[in-house]
Write a protein of this length. Sequence first.
Length: 458
Amino acid sequence: MTTFVFAALLGVSILGYLLNRRAAAGLRADGTSLHSLPGYHGLFSFLSTLVPVFVLIVLWLILQGPVIDHVVMSGLPAGSLDGLDTGGRQLVLAEIKSISRGQIFGEPEQWKMDAAQRYLELHQMSGWVLLSIVVILSLVIVAFARSRVGVEFRARHSVERIVSGLMIFCSTVAIFTTVGIIAALLFESIRFFEMVPITEFFFGLNWEPQIPLREDQIAAEGAFGWLPVILGTIVITVVALFLAVPVGLLSAIYLNEFAPDRLRAVAKPVLEILAGVPTVVYGFFAILVVAPAMRSFGASLGIPVSPNTALAAGSVMGIMLIPFISSFTDDALSAVPKSLRDGALALGATRAETVLNVLFPAAIPGIVGGILLAVSRAIGETMIVVMAAGLIASLTINPLDSVTTVTVQIVTLLIGDTSFDNPKTLAAFALGMMLFVVTLIINVFALRIVRKYREAYD
């Protein structure tokens, strides 16, 4: 039914667009001078219908579930919920919903079958009521928009106000989403630090997030020093960037400045295919190909290599990051005005000198943006590290050892049915907060580099 509701809204909105545009075009054909083009009159009707009715549908669908659940639970026979707490009532409601979907296990009571039937009837009735309201309201708005078509109506200004309002709304949602994420991380982090001393978290050298399963289990109190975790993240990120940055920059410079057009037309799309490969595939490649090859090579040299090594995970992650850096660098170099290239070459500079002394400084913002995106992607990567580097936090900078990262530990801590009232689970939010702070510092540092070294041209 929801599909029919949205289809009806879209159909009526398109109808209003066509009617208003045709009416405005008819006035212009009769010699009437309109303030706005016919297309703006059509867009005014389309947006005036689509935006408010769409908001109504979303609000209806959000409130529909809780209201129907309340009505169904209120209509149950007296005494059927006696002695049940909140969890028990939710289980009864879940069983009623399962029965309404045809998922019947055993022989449920008749009152549950009746409640499931009522649940279906209420959903169907709500759908038909919503469809009727959408159609009627949309037609009313279309008729109102049609009546506004005239000489003095400033349709273009009205369309611009609606679009501007939509952009302001989207910006506000983005800002409040960010604030909400920060608030959630901060609140849960404060709860964590109420249980674990902040000095232990920042300066502790062991990461073993355990909780006692019994009251007499003293050895499972856990250690929550985050230094091994962030150090493992830094090691893998550095290894990845050590491979990705030079390969990405040099490949972009070659394809942009030196490669023939035919080679560029083939090589650039092939290079960017790497960005579309799922990370789990990179993880399989790291654990099945790269890690065994590194262990064999290390054994031939007499160098011990861990089965889950940071070097394997970082190297494969670097391969994944190459298209990001290469694409951003290529776009930044292409955006440099051609007059700068021609001027440098006319003064006798070689192509290499032109790239190094003219194009590269002018393209610094785009290049730093690509590297920053690669750093953020490396810090936030999980699957490759889980499969190739392991889960054990080690206080080491040796890339041949097994390490873990912040994101891997967050996933590990939140997997399972552990409640959110113990330090083991809350430690994930503390790690998330610190990861946010580290990413913010990287962004600020990158902005300072861009402002200091960028070249501005008129």
